[in-house]
Design a protein around this ligand. Sequence first.
Ligand code: 5GP
Ligand code: ZN
Length: 118
Amino acid sequence: MFHVSGFMNNDVCIFCKIIKHEIPTDFIYEDERVVAFPDIKPSAPIHYLIVPKEHIQSIMYLKNNHQEIISKMIFTAKMLAEKLGLSGYKLIFNVGREGGQIIDHLHLHLLGGWDKKN
Ligand code: 5GP
Ligand code: ZN
C-alpha cells in the first residue's frame, strides 16, 4: 500500500484508518494524494485537517521526494479556504511532542472563521 516513513506502523494509525474509510468521517476533499476532514475538537470556528494519504510521521521525517506532497497540502488548504470564503486564515504544522503534535501522521491545520478584526 502506501510507503511508510517514520516510526508508527500505518496499521495502527488513526489517520490511516480515516483515509482508508475505516472510521466514518465527513471528507470535505479527497483526491489520489490527500484528504481533508474537520478536526474532531476544533480550535477555531472553521478547523480542517489536510492529510497526505502516504503515512509520513511529521515534518521531521520528510525526505527530498516529499516536496511535491507538501506543496500539494498547501495548495489544497488554499483551495479549501477559497471555497469556504475565508478572507484570512492560519496554516499550522505541529512538529513533534514538544511542538504540540499528538497524531503521528503528517497533517496541516487550516484554521479560520473568526471575527474579521482578528
Ligand atoms: P496535532 O496536535 O497532532 O497537530 O493535531 C491532531 C489533531 O487531530 C487535533 O486537533 C485533534 O483534535 C484531531 N483529531 C484527533 N483524533 C481525531 C479523529 O479521530 N478524527 C478527527 N477528525 N480529528 C482528530
Ligand atoms: Zn498514518
